[in-house]
Design a protein around this ligand. Structure first.
Ligand code: PLP
Length: 483
């Protein structure tokens, strides 16, 4: 949105046939939030450093590529009737898929993806309706290698008018989208900005935002953060794979930092815990920014960055995507001790059969079944009584079978050890009997809890098991006497 424009949708409502088009249009939205990170995450706070997160995850596609996708597609006049192809397994092609539907209801979008990608990433792409085309060989390829997937797609699109290849690595509308929106918004929000630090994949965000900011104030520093070679974080690249970029990075990016994947994942987890919910590459940008600032400090050069009037060093990094799709990797990369423990962990290894409230009968509902059974016992219906032997011998329902279990805690499910013990006893008892699929079983116990567990177990074996809320005492109470 230009500085003069008033947001046309101040209440954030998008209606009518153009609702989605407008929703994806940054000029019809308020600027994305710019949020200062807490002191706890800013070890250089005492040096006058202030760090702000630019929340690009609040774009409609919830990632940094929403903007390049929009500008690239707007500049492809035939794309709405072409097959759109892109070499991307993440943010770019996800955004292209959503934007092409939002602009034109067009669904013919194809992701060209390394066959080394994990199945959950492929599922994510297909969830969003993208056609997945796998390629073999090196996963992350150098875009200008004539044998790379990018060069192959470009050659195909050059010869086939039915194909549209936006080509995020060479398409100037990629970086220009960040000049147009990310840079302009940040400048308006924080004119005292001194450092902009972004990871570098195609370089679109770093270059476009950097160009805009430097044009406003040539002393703004732009830092690019790359992956360590052989230790990738999803999105950014290692420097040798970026170096051939045709984007004007040499005159824009002042310094580069390399950040390990573990540092990236950990930093993004810390951000997320504080409410700046961000994926690994966002943590990589913050970690790289801090590495740059620490280096400047060690060289005695921090004052070079400071605002002459306030002495403060205001820095911005983008949050490029969300962490949820990487959850398994967080647990692989980081040590178990970095996550809060799970209490009652023993419950993960027992009592795993699903429960269903529909199997827990009120005494009045069970009464009909019990009466029928008492008057005309049938082999296909079993009445099981799990109470201790002495209780069973004191009184029981005629025709019920005793599988005596020891007395247990009054509140079984309030005690994880008791649950495990009861589950072990029940597993043993159930294993000793023959059960046939579809067999009807009504389970009673001293208070209803053990019978719930037994019902779940028997259901998992294919029986039509049911139990009574409150167990035998509730049944006896219903009939108004000992049975
Ligand atoms: C999650 C994520 N972070 C960072 C980047 C890098 O952004 P750029 O291509 O603008 O350098 C990408 C690029 O796809 C990304 O998907």
């Amino acid at each position: 949105m230009s500085q003069e424009t008033v947001c046309p949708t101040p209440l954030n409502v998008f209606k009518g046939p153009n609702a989605l088009q407008d929703f994806f249009d940054p000029d019809r939205n308020p600027p994305l939030p710019l949020v200062e990170i807490p002191m706890e995450l800013n070890p250089l706070h005492k040096d006058g450093v202030r760090i702000f997160a630019k929340i690009l995850t609040q774009l409609p596609a919830q990632n940094v590529k929403s903007l390049p996708a929009l500008r690239m597609l707007r500049n492809e006049p035939e794309a709405h009737r072409q097959k759109i192809v892109e070499a991307s397994s993440g943010s770019t092609v996800l955004s292209l898929g959503m934007v092409s539907r939002a602009l034109w209801g067009h669904k013919d979008v194809h992701a060209f993806v390394t066959n080394k990608k994990d199945t959950s990433s492929l599922r994510l792409l297909r969830f969003f309706g993208l056609n997945v085309n796998l390629y073999g060989g090196l996963a992350q390829q150098e875009p200008y290698d004539p044998k790379s997937i990018m060069s192959r797609l470009k050659a195909r699109a050059d010869q086939n008018r039915e194909l549209c290849y936006p080509g995020q690595y060479h398409n100037e509308h990629n970086w220009k989208s960040h000049e147009q929106w990310t840079g302009a918004q940040i400048w308006k929000q924080l004119p005292e900005i001194r450092v902009f630090c972004s990871t570098v994949g195609t370089g679109g965000c770093a270059v476009g935002t950097g160009i805009y900011l430097k044009r406003q104030n040539p002393s703004v520093k732009v830092v690019g953060v790359c992956n360590v070679m052989g230790d990738p974080t999803p999105g950014p690249r290692h420097f040798p794979n970026f170096e051939s970029s045709p984007f004007p990075w040499q005159e824009t990016i002042d310094a580069f930092e390399d950040v390990s994947s573990v540092d990236s994942y950990r930093t993004s987890m810390q951000l997320s815990r504080h409410g700046i919910i961000a994926g690994p590459s966002s943590g990589e940008a913050l970690h790289g920014l801090l590495a740059y600032l620490r280096r400047m400090k060690a060289e005695g050069r921090l004052p070079e960055l400071a605002d002459p009037s306030t002495g403060e060093i205001s820095c911005v990094f983008p949050c490029a995507d969300l962490p949820y799709q990487y959850m398994d990797t967080y647990y692989k990369k980081l040590a178990e001790e970095e996550f809060p423990p799970i209490r009652n962990k023993n419950l993960l290894y027992c009592d795993q059969d699903p429960y269903d409230e529909r199997w827990f009968l009120q005494p009045e509902h069970a009464a009909t079944m019990i009466s029928a059974h008492v008057f005309r016992p049938r082999p296909q219906m079993q009445l099981l009584d799990l109470r201790p032997r002495d209780k069973y011998e004191e009184s029981h329902i005629v025709g019920s079978r005793s599988i005596p279990l020891p007395a247990t805690k009054a509140d079984l499910f309030g005690d994880a050890e008791a649950v495990e013990q009861r589950w072990t006893e029940l597993t043993q008892a159930v294993r000793e009997q023959e059960w046939s699929a579809g067999q009807r079983v009504l389970v009673l116990c001293a208070d209803g809890d053990s019978a719930r567990m037994a019902t779940a177990m028997l259901r998992a074996k294919g029986c039509e098991a049911l139990c009574v809320e409150g167990g035998y005492p509730a049944m006896a109470g219903y009939f108004g006497r000992e049975l």
